[in-house]
Design a protein around this ligand. Structure first.
Ligand SMILES: Nc1ncnc2c1ncn2[C@@H]1O[C@H](COP(=O)(O)OP(=O)(O)O)[C@@H](O)[C@H]1O
Ligand SMILES: O=P(O)(O)O[C@H]1O[C@H](CO)[C@@H](O[C@H]2O[C@H](CO)[C@@H](O)[C@H](O)[C@H]2O)[C@H](O)[C@H]1O
Length: 477
């Protein structure tokens, strides 16, 4: 690989997904300037295309702050610009001027308070229709009513795969680093849940989309014309939010029962599923096709983690149980775990609807069974309990899992309960029969986790491997 300051910057970043590979910088596409000429620093988003020897490419979003070349120390990139002259740019991720320009760009965007917005429209906030690369901004709800100028900003310092900018204590701008042409599921789902008035999420306030052209900005394709590629979303900042994973570990360490909170979380997930079902619809999927897809994932995982080899036959018997079913599917979270749940003064909120990072964009938009998310939560409780492998941990885990399932069933209207029962039970014909799908979804999730841990945290591999083994043993007996 030919090292350049920009390539080194990208490959060293927390969000770079090609670690261990041989990346090269194919090109950089600048989006329009976010400030008028003469206002320094000049700031804009740039999209870097990274190529690999295997032939695949990835797109990454960069935030760059420019000054005249002679005024800039240690630049990542130098450009000749018709309006600004010779410029040198540095990473602008921490630059409050860039933060303010991004916020103002979104808040000056096209208001789309109807349901027909597609994310890329004829009224770009920056650039003119017909430009090669447009930047379109959209706002919904009350986001435009505030005065954004001067809001103090800072980068979210916690663990995350993208980059978030916090504006005072009111809003959070999540900047998607690894871009995929098309609609981002996090925005698509937040938009619909916000329009539905769902109170279990951080409300969406706006988003930013680039209109990238296949012939110039995007990896080679026969298509032409701009493709809306979502860049960032602005959401309500949740005050006093405590991460569910950390709460679980603390409670477990203290031997504190968390089954009521788990029930509330199950109820929150059911509320979200209900609104997703209403907004996106539902359909029936062929259980045989689902079982085949899961079996393919087991086989692929066994190539990465050979310990799975002997478990393939019993797992295949477990997946066979899906084959006799027509499976009810709808939009779901897709990668639900305790780290995606924040406990606030207003109860649980669920975040990060991007789906499993290893899946393609099309797969992440595809309807799936609600058991995908329920299995995600149950697996996550098991992960937490793995930190305390004793009778207290086992009891804690069993209580939490039962609490979660009871809370979900009650809110979904799957079981009668005067105190919590939903007056609007969903329309699935036989939820109890659908519950037979849970072991297959638990196995599919644990198989995903085995590969995830083998690649990212080998020390954690025994946790999902033990779960797959237990499920396989259960199927064999
Ligand atoms: N609306 C919000 N308000 C407050 N904190 C949030 C909000 N959304 C996310 N966070 C914090 O940011 C972290 C990362 O968010 P997430 O959406 O999972 O980002 P990523 O997908 O980039 O990892 C969360 O674990 C949480 O601590
Ligand atoms: O980065 P994301 O939050 O989108 O999700 C990925 O990373 C998660 C780990 O941070 C991983 O979750 C797995 O570990 C969790 C504990 O750290 C556990 O609660 C989850 O149940 C387990 O799946 C997730 O699978 C992965 O997609």
């Amino acid at each position: 690989m030919t090292s350049t300051p920009l390539l080194d910057h990208i490959t060293a970043a927390r969000w770079f997904g090609g670690k261990g590979r041989r990346p090269r910088l194919v090109g950089v596409t600048p989006l329009p300037w976010l400030r008028p000429p003469g206002d320094w620093p000049a700031v804009r988003i740039e999209i870097a295309e990274i190529g690999y020897p295997e032939g695949d490419t990835e797109l990454y979003q960069l935030l760059i702050s420019y000054r005249p070349e002679q005024d800039q120390q240690q630049p990542l990139i130098a450009v000749q610009d018709p309006d600004h002259g010779r410029l040198a740019g540095v990473d602008g991720t921490d630059d409050p001027v860039l933060h303010a320009a991004l916020l103002e760009t979104i808040l000056s965007g096209r208001r789309s308070d109807d349901d027909s917005s597609t994310g890329i429209g004829p009224s770009p906030a920056v650039g003119e229709p017909g430009d090669d690369t447009l930047l379109a901004a959209h706002v919904i709800g009350a986001a435009q009513d505030g005065e954004p100028a001067g809001l103090p900003s800072r980068i979210f310092a916690g663990e995350q795969s993208n980059t978030s900018i916090l504006y005072a204590d009111v809003a959070l701008l999540k900047i998607f680093r690894r871009l995929q042409p098309g609609r981002n599921p996090d925005i698509a789902i937040h938009e619909q849940l916000t329009r539905a008035g769902n109170r279990r999420i951080a409300r969406l306030q706006g988003w930013l989309t680039a209109g990238l052209r296949h012939d110039r900005d995007l990896p080679s394709s026969a298509e032409s014309g701009p493709v809306g590629t979502d860049l960032a979303m602005l959401v309500q900042q949740l005050p006093n939010a405590r991460n569910g994973w950390e709460l679980a570990l603390t409670a477990l360490g203290d031997g504190q029962d968390l089954s009521r909170a788990a029930a509330d979380l199950g109820s929150a997930l059911a509320d979200i599923h209900r609104d997703l079902r209403t907004r996106f619809g539902s359909q029936q999927a062929d259980g045989t096709e689902l079982a085949d897809a899961m079996a393919t994932r087991v086989a692929a995982a066994a190539l990465v983690v050979p310990e799975l080899g002997p478990l393939q036959a019993p797992l295949s018997r477990l997946l066979d149980r899906l084959r006799s079913h027509s499976v009810d599917v709808q939009r779901v979270h897709g990668d639900f775990h305790l780290g995606q749940a924040l406990l606030t003064d207003d109860g649980w909120k669920i975040i990060d609807f991007e789906g499993e990072p290893a899946k393609t964009l099309a797969e992440r938009h595809r309807p799936d069974s609600v058991w995908r998310d329920i299995a995600g939560a149950l697996r996550s409780i098991d992960y937490a309990a793995a930190h305390r492998r004793d009778a207290v941990g086992d009891r804690w885990s069993a209580d939490c899992r039962q609490g979660f399932l009871d809370g979900y069933r009650r809110s979904a209207g799957w079981q009668p309960d005067d105190s919590h029962g939903s007056s609007d039970p969903d329309d699935r014909s036989d939820p109890a029969e659908q519950e037979a799908l849970l072991p297959a979804y638990l196995a599919d999730k644990a198989i995903y986790e085995v590969v995830y841990e083998a690649r990212n945290r080998p020390d954690w591999l025994p946790i999902p491997l033990a779960a797959v083994t237990a499920l396989a043993d259960g199927a064999a007996s």
